[in-house]
Design a protein around this ligand. Structure first.
Ligand SMILES: [Zn+2]
Length: 396
């Protein structure tokens, strides 16, 4: 079933512009009119959102709404091809709208420069035929997934990390929703993001293009949408494979006994978890500021202080920037109780731990303290060091 109605007839210039669609089996004149009558919500104008927006605008999708509350940073340009150097510092939605207007002036693009919340998501989703999720964070993914499932709107979803990607079309009523397959979010900080683990830029293009294909198919009612299948892509081995995924009859969002008043998204779940953690009396971690660390490093160089400074990031991150005088022990090794640099810390000499911004170092400090090491967290990690101590260094 096509999701978009057949709109007015194409004008002669439109017939020319979209000629390669008009002659294409499965789209044709009628399909192109459906695309022009379609309304698509794109969440995120980043790595996945860039190719999705560009291809959907080029395809003549009539109304695009783009949601993003970030500004363009220079680290985005390696993969977020809808933005250019001149856009650094600009809101991503403004930059994306300008690029799409240049490419396809007849497409109505509506920018939404706000964060999605449980209060604004339902009205936005209800106003569109298809929702595309290129978000880079779990709270947004669950919010979008839950809202689409509750309203029965198809939800084209993708996720890329390092050289691996996953994509699917969630559609409650026709197949699984996002919650059916991923019922609970990972604990905060447990899954590294592209900003800590890196991402192959072209993989965003590969998967974003697949997502745009799925949107076009759903709108014109052609082909076999990726409903009930999870498409996996390994760019490094250049493999694509699919897993069958099924709806969960007990799904808390789309199952038969789902509570229609259940709060959307995961904010309440996460808040409840951290409440129960603090109720369990988990002590605050001992920590040190980067400014205090700079003083202690100076004292250590002068022989007036003794401690071990451990960097729990990955080798590629250390190539970009490090705090001087650190020993490298990636978090995975800390988890396995390995690492030369840590042995010293066990003799009563404190071990100061840092990562990029604090999530991994907090986990490492917790683990080390359980083993009796006097471990201390460097607040804000190497990003805070660059910001507060040595702004001449590179960042990422
Ligand atoms: Zn479900």
């Amino acid at each position: 079933m096509p999701l978009a109605p057949v709109g007015e007839e194409l004008s002669p210039p439109e017939r020319t512009r979209f000629a390669r669609h008009v002659i294409l089996p499965g789209i044709g004149d009628t399909g192109q009119r459906r695309l022009r009558a379609a309304r698509v919500l794109v969440v995120g104008a980043g790595g996945l959102g860039s190719p999705i927006l560009l291809y959907l605008a080029a395809a003549g999708v009539g109304q695009l709404t783009v949601v993003d509350d970030d500004v363009v940073e220079s680290t985005n340009l390696q993969r977020q091809v809808v933005h250019g150097v001149a856009d650094v510092g600009r809101p991503k939605v403004d930059s994306a709208v300008a690029a799409l207007r240049a490419l396809a002036p007849d497409v109505a693009v509506t920018p939404v420069g706000q964060r999605l919340t449980a209060d604004n998501i339902l009205a936005l989703v209800a106003d569109h035929d298809v929702v595309v999720d290129g978000a880079d964070n779990f709270p947004t993914r669950y919010l979008v997934g839950d809202a689409c499932a509750r309203l029965g709107v198809p939800h084209v979803w993708g996720s890329v990390y390092q050289h691996d990607a996953q994509t699917s079309v969630w559609w409650a009523g026709e197949g699984p929703c996002y919650r059916c397959v991923f019922p609970t979010p990972p604990p905060p900080g447990a899954v590294p993001s592209c900003s800590t683990g890196g991402v192959l830029g072209a993989s965003c293009g590969a998967v974003g293009s697949v997502m745009a294909e799925e949107v076009v198919k759903l709108l014109v009612g052609g082909g076999e949408p990726l409903v009930g299948r999870l498409l996996l892509h390994d760019a490094w081995r250049q493999e694509w494979s699919t897993l069958k995924v099924a709806a969960d009859p007990d799904c808390v969002v789309c199952g038969a006994a789902a509570d229609p008043q259940r709060p959307l998204g995961i904010e309440e779940e996460v808040a409840l978890e951290s409440e129960s953690a603090s109720a369990a009396g988990e002590p605050a971690l001992p920590s040190i500021s980067v400014a205090a660390l700079a003083l202690r490093l100076r004292d250590r160089d002068a022989g007036a202080d003794a401690f071990v400074l451990v960097d729990v990031r990955e080798p590629g991150e250390r190539e970009v920037v490090t705090i001087p005088g650190a020993v490298a022990v990636p978090l995975a090794q800390v988890r396995h109780g390995e690492g030369d640099g840590l042995a010293h810390g066990a003799d009563g000499i404190p071990t100061l731990v840092y990562c990029k911004s604090g999530a991994r170092s907090a986990e490492a400090v917790r683990l080390l303290r359980q083993r009796g090491v006097d471990a201390i967290d460097v607040t804000g990690g190497v990003l805070a060091w660059v910001r507060d101590v040595d702004p001449s260094l590179s960042t990422y």
